[in-house]
Design a protein around this ligand. Structure first.
Ligand code: ZN
Ligand code: FE
Length: 262
């Protein structure tokens, strides 16, 4: 039996605010949502890694744009959502499926998380406590509803919130500070949120990523997981954003308000 190095997650920034995740053991690597090939190829070269697989969460260009160029250099399986038309996919996945990466001794459970797009999936590595959730759950926020309903997104986020608090949330964008500005406007008395704003602002001032966060932190501070909280519903009501206190109405109003919040 060979002794394996621990598997780690390398952060590869791309475009203006995307994170591409390179899961690796120092020899082999799996990339999640390679919107751009160039920074991934550079990171693979720099760290002497060989690509073993590509994992995709949804069809948007900033998540899949680098796939053709990566496949020119590496003949690897491409895992992605069964319900989305992404031509490069070789293994179509839906909730209940398991992804095994033998080179890295890694396993991911697949979760259906529609809302941002209709077929969006997330990858959960239970042994490592890692969640790769694309544009569904963000640090302090959630993805825009391009192809789904508020009820679908609320249900998807509920699935992710049910994972253990220690789960590391690897989302695909650095939107945290702007998300937290909105969070503070709708959740003014939340002490954990105030503390988080200080912590995350300091990280950005040092040019450090705020991602990953954890499910525990998100449950305490993310308004899109806290939309049933009476204080948030009171705020929505006092601003005239809702006509009932029904939870999905509150969630929909929050998402709508965030779209125009500056
Ligand atoms: Zn997207
Ligand atoms: Fe995106």
């Amino acid at each position: 039996m060979s002794i394996k190095n621990p598997v780690k997650v390398l952060t590869v920034p791309a475009f203006s605010d995307n994170y591409l995740w390179l899961v690796n053991d120092g020899v082999h690597a799996v990339v999640v949502d390679p919107g751009d090939a160039a920074p991934i190829l550079a990171a693979l070269d720099q760290h002497h890694l060989s690509l073993a697989a590509i994992l995709l969460t949804h069809h948007h260009a900033d998540h899949v744009g680098g796939v053709p160029a990566l496949l020119e250099r590496f003949d690897v399986p491409v895992f992605g959502p069964a319900k989305e038309a992404i031509p490069a996919i070789t293994r179509r996945l839906a909730e209940g499926d398991q992804v095994t990466i033998p080179e890295l001794d890694l396993e991911f459970a697949v979760l259906d998380v529609p809302g941002h797009t209709a077929g969006h999936i997330a990858y959960y590595a239970a042994r490592q406590d890692w969640l790769f959730c694309g544009d569904t759950l963000f640090a302090g926020g959630c993805g825009r509803l391009f192809e789904g309903t508020p009820a679908q997104m609320a249900d998807s986020l509920g699935k992710l919130a049910a994972l253990p608090d220690r789960t590391q949330v690897y989302c695909a964008h650095e939107y945290t500070l702007s998300n937290l500005r909105f969070a503070q406007a709708v959740d003014e008395t939340n002490a954990a949120l105030k503390q988080r704003v200080l912590t995350e602002t300091a990280k950005r001032a040092r040019d450090e990523p705020t991602v990953p966060s954890t499910i525990g932190v998100e449950k305490a501070t993310n308004p899109f997981l806290r939309y049933r909280d009476p204080a948030i519903i009171d705020k929505l009501a006092s601003e005239g954003k809702i006509s009932s206190r029904e939870p999905i109405a509150a969630f929909a109003a929050l998402r709508e308000w965030k779209n125009s919040f500056r």
